[in-house]
Ligand binder design. Structure first.
Ligand code: SAM
Length: 206
């Protein structure tokens, strides 16, 4: 059988394309998301993103999924579309889909335009990768943690945005409550820090 090579075409020019989308994710953070998504390529389940705004982080994550050959996985995205960008603008669902089409990832993503709590029944289970970047208040991040962690596959990764960001202390406070199945992965990159889910005494990796 011919060996399937990664579709690196999906990642070509991604940094510049993503920067053209209004958003809060830096190129360094975007590259880290690609690395984390690709590190879960053998883990069971779809991916999840809570909080997309105009879709900058979505394009990074969905392109990472698209770069993995024979990958039936989807990215489920939830956002009620009431978040504001720096200039005061609020994205529309139509503009968001245009961004997905322009970046050739519309077939990989499913959108639920509502809060994470209201979308609870539609969140993937099992879930291989999750990016939490929605409502940054402590009580809301705690809700997202409670929604996401039980859905994660063994070996899955959950990444948080705005860890260590003095403007959003609730993210640090909430992520400090994570249970023993959550193991921090390396150091913070930009404002992203991630945990790997390890259930029982099954080891992951070497
Ligand atoms: C910081 S922005 C996300 C930025 C985006 N990830 C990027 O790459 O630029 C936060 C987003 O979370 C959304 N949001 C707010 N409360 C939410 C909730 N309860 N569930 C899901 N999304 C929420 C807002 O509408 C907003 O679009």
């Amino acid at each position: 059988m011919p060996r399937q090579t990664d579709d690196l075409e999906a990642l070509r020019g991604l940094g510049a394309r993503a920067q053209a989308i209004p958003g809060f994710l830096s190129p360094r953070e975007g590259k880290y998301l690609v690395q984390l998504v690709r590190a879960t390529r053998l883990v069971e389940g779809d991916a999840l993103e809570i909080g997309t705004l105009y879709g900058r982080s979505t394009v990074w994550i969905a392109s990472a999924i698209a770069s993995i050959p024979n990958n039936p996985r989807r990215l489920v995205v939830v956002d009620p579309f009431y978040g504001q960008y720096k200039d005061g603008s609020i994205p529309t669902i139509e503009a968001w889909w245009q961004t997905m089409r322009r970046n050739r990832v519309s077939k990989v993503v499913s959108l639920f335009p509502t809060t994470s709590l209201d979308a609870a029944e539609n969140l993937p289970r099992p879930c291989s990768f999750a990016f939490i970047d929605g409502d940054h208040r402590e009580e809301s991040v705690l809700i997202d943690i409670a929604l996401v962690i039980p859905r994660m596959s063994h070996g899955g990764i959950v990444a948080f945005h705005d860890v260590g960001n003095r403007n959003w202390p609730g993210v640090d406070r909430a992520s400090a409550t994570l249970g023993p199945e959550c193991h921090w992965v390396g150091k913070r990159r930009g404002f992203i820090r991630a945990v790997r889910i390890c259930r029982g005494d099954r080891r992951i990796g070497p």
